[in-house]
Design a protein around this ligand. Structure first.
Ligand code: PLP
Length: 426
């Protein structure tokens, strides 16, 4: 039965049997007991499925991963301890030293550093392209050793909407997968697999958790990419000596990528979430559609208010007609984008500081996408090391404010923004 997403958020991943707990139990156990060494041996050979060590698999974590796989329409998923770990594993699962990856340049700052600094040290080369790149511009970025294309469906913090189909077509024409970070829209507003993406990742720290309690991430496999179509992915299509010569594509078919990520990368690198954090994430997921709908409702009212107030030079909210990205958002996320707005305040850096300091409800925080409205002035915080020229290159002007609209009553948020806008001009 293919339920609607609201129903999947409640039911998917865990179905209690007669007399069992209705809420997903927290299996806070490192290890699992078996009656014979023969039985346990089969698990180690990946011949039987079952639990033996929580770094590889845990029933609580697996139930939550299965729920997110259902929400995205994938065949399998793996939870990670952070969004950063999910980004790293998603690429490292198909690329190694000597390989090359194409990434959108407008991505989360932490992901950019991971790719541009840390993964380069591992010998993986990156080419960064504009998320607005045309097919021709994308073509020019491919090399014979390109193994994947990576981009955000709705970028943080620039709020650029990706033309997913253009990126997917280009990737597939070169026999490589498209990996999408779908953190901002969540599967409630955008399902990248429906537009040709092959792998989806999330920082579950944001809307999925929704309450600012747990850092976490997830990788979801669509099961659609054919790893055997060329010889670019020997890690998936030739025997893994560290696993008794298993060939992932032969043994696991559509689950090859996600099984390798678990059996090899998670085994070797760690970065699992604690079952308790997975439990908290699961509670967040139960109300995700309700919250996302309200975040978008509130944000669109606030964006319109700021635009009409005359205090902003420019307002970016791709869910709002007339905003940058509106047309693409209508195609890829027609029911809403996210709760995040950015705007350039009249009066420059000075006005931006006064605005921030005058807010009563909205908190100043280097975070986005949870229940509480929060606000950030990138030029004086996250990007304060950059020179004015560098700021302009990242698309961040010193009058830019990012507002993550929460689920307080919209009238209260607007009243707060209104008085702070007025105070900003004094
Ligand atoms: C926050 C964020 C990340 C990193 O996730 P963490 O959970 O903080 O490690 C990755 N991508 C996007 C779009 C994010 O907003």
């Amino acid at each position: 039965m293919d339920y609607k997403i609201n129903t999947k958020c409640i039911l998917s991943g865990y179905s209690p049997k007669n007399g069992e707990p209705r809420q997903l139990p927290i299996y806070q156990s490192t290890t699992y007991k078996y009656d014979s060494s023969v039985e346990m041996g089969k698990l180690f050979d990946l011949e039987a499925s079952g639990y033996f060590y929580t770094r590889l698999q845990n029933p609580t974590n697996d139930a939550v991963a299965a729920k997110i796989a259902a929400l995205e329409g994938g065949v399998g998923a793996m939870l990670t301890s952070s969004g950063q770990a999910a980004s790293f594993y998603s690429v490292f699962n198909v690329a190694q030293a000597g390989d090359h990856v194409i990434s959108s340049a407008k991505i989360y700052g932490g992901t950019f550093n991971l790719f541009n600094v840390t993964m380069r040290k591992l010998g993986i080369d990156f080419t960064f392209v504009s998320p607005q790149a045309t097919r021709e511009e994308l073509e020019a970025a491919f090399k014979p050793n390109t193994k994947a294309v990576f981009a955000e469906s709705l970028s943080n913090p620039a709020l650029e909407v990706l033309d997913i189909e253009t990126f997917a077509d280009a990737a597939h024409a070169h026999g490589v997968p498209l990996i999408i970070d779908n953190t901002f829209p969540t599967p409630v507003n955008c399902r990248p697999f429906e537009f040709g993406a092959d792998i989806v990742i999330h920082s579950t720290t944001k809307y999925m958790d929704g309450h600012a309690t747990s850092v976490g991430g997830v990788i979801v496999d669509s099961g659609n990419f054919d790893w055997t179509q060329n010889d670019k992915f020997p890690g998936l299509t030739t025997p893994d000596d560290s696993y008794h010569g298993i060939t992932y594509t032969e043994r696991f078919g559509k689950l090859a990528y996600i099984t390798k990520a678990t059996a090899q990368l998670m085994r070797d690198l760690g970065s699992i979430p604690s079952p308790f954090n997975a439990f908290l994430l699961n509670i967040g997921l139960e109300t995700l559609p309700l919250r996302v709908e309200r975040h978008c409702y509130n944000a669109s009212k606030v964006a319109k208010y700021i635009k009409d107030s005359g205090y902003a030079v420019e307002v970016t909210y791709p869910g709002m007609e007339g905003s940058k990205g509106y047309e693409l958002a209508q195609k890829y996320m027609p029911n809403g984008t996210s709760g995040v707005i950015s705007f350039r305040i009249k009066g420059g850096r000075d006005a931006a500081t006064k605005f921030m300091d005058s807010l009563q409800i909205a908190e100043i925080a280097t975070h986005v996408a949870d229940a509480r409205t929060c606000c950030l002035h990138p030029a004086s915080t996250t990007h304060r090391q950059l020179t004015s020229e560098e700021l302009i290159a990242c698309g961040i002007s010193d009058d830019l404010i990012r507002l993550s609209v929460g689920i307080e009553h919209v009238d209260d948020i607007i009243a707060d923004v209104a008085q702070a806008l007025e105070a900003s001009q004094k």
